[in-house]
Ligand binder design. Structure first.
Ligand SMILES: NC(=O)C1=CN([C@@H]2O[C@H](COP(=O)(O)OP(=O)(O)OC[C@H]3O[C@@H](n4cnc5c(N)ncnc54)[C@H](O)[C@@H]3O)[C@@H](O)[C@H]2O)C=CC1
Ligand SMILES: O=C(O)[C@@H]1CCC=N1
Length: 268
């Protein structure tokens, strides 16, 4: 059972590393990468064989597409003649629909669409999978098994993939943005940058663990921090005054709309 990863940048490397750490023999994994210096790096780091796109598709049972959305059309055109019935094609490209992929490959091939996120790099990813029109339960399971080596996996109807992209695909960036803002605020209050960074990063990690490990609702956890007439209430009031909750709504709508636009081939 050979798996090929086509496009090994940030997300492709997370998958490659996860698949290998998950115990799949390196002889059953192929990579294809446009940049020669990157290809050399991958062989050195993982011992993986790097081949051309068409050869990777010819030799693989399962093919993962991990290039940018605008590179998907040309890549599919390049490999279509090498694809055969019985193969599974998994696309991780934001906004690219299963029908876009199906239309460019031989009829009847199984396609699964995935939206991952970057915590996959350390095995803490969140991915959502959706089947294309020819993908059955066995194809979804195969895609889920591969993705599980990088974190958690859930299934969603494809019509929800733009929303998933806005929430968890882009989500880590919103969290890092909040972290940056809190560190800057700590510096503004007179803390050293090193101290502010340590305080904020551990507060984030601890809060995330509390959410996941207790399974308690975020409102309950927030209320536990918020003493009547206290410091937290004063801060939260300023966040509400600043329209932060509404800004998140608008931001996620913008990400959802951008994901939709990518699927209709809108240029960068
Ligand atoms: N970075 C992120 O947070 C997330 C990315 N994605 C999706 O994952 C995909 C990849 O994103 P990144 O890894 O961030 O991009 P990236 O730019 O780091 O990696 C893409 C890689 O594909 C290679 N490539 C481009 N065209 C190629 C071709 N024709 N043949 C072989 N290799 C080719 C590039 O040289 C590069 O190494 C995108 O479609 C993106 O929408 C999805 C969720 C999260
Ligand atoms: O920004 C992007 O388009 C990609 C998709 C989700 C996260 N990064």
């Amino acid at each position: 059972m050979t798996v090929a990863v086509l496009g090994v940048g940030v997300m492709g490397e997370a998958l490659l590393a996860g698949i290998l750490q998950g115990g799949r023999p390196v002889a059953e994994v192929l990579a294809a990468e446009k940049r020669p210096e990157r290809a050399a790096e991958l062989t050195e780091r993982y011992g993986v064989e790097v081949v051309g796109n068409a050869e990777a598709v010819k030799r693989a049972d399962t093919v993962l597409f991990v290039v940018k959305p605008y590179d998907m059309g040309p890549l599919l055109d390049e490999v279509a003649a090498s694809a055969r019935p019985g193969q599974l094609f998994v696309s991780l490209a934001a906004g690219i629909t299963t029908s876009f992929v199906e239309a460019r490959l031989p009829g009847g091939v199984a396609v699964v669409r995935v939206m991952p996120n970057t915590p996959a790099l350390i095995g803490e990813g969140m991915a959502a999978v959706s089947p294309g029109s020819n993908a059955g339960e066995e194809h979804l399971r195969e895609a889920e098994d591969l993705l599980r080596s990088t974190g958690r996996v859930t299934r969603v109807p494809e019509k929800h993939q733009d929303a998933v992209t806005a929430v968890s695909g882009s989500g880590p960036a919103y969290v890092f943005y909040v972290v940056e803002a809190m560190i800057e605020a700590g510096v503004h209050l007179g803390l050293t940058r090193a101290t502010a960074t340590e305080l904020v990063v551990q507060t984030l990690a601890g809060s995330a663990a509390l959410l996941r490990d207790t399974g308690e609702h975020p409102t309950v956890l927030r209320e536990r921090v918020t003493s009547p007439g206290g410091t937290t209430a004063a801060a939260l009031r300023r966040l509400d005054d600043g329209g932060v909750r509404a800004a998140f709504l608008g931001a996620l709508e913008a990400a959802r709309d951008r994901s939709r636009a990518l699927s209709s081939g809108e240029p960068v």
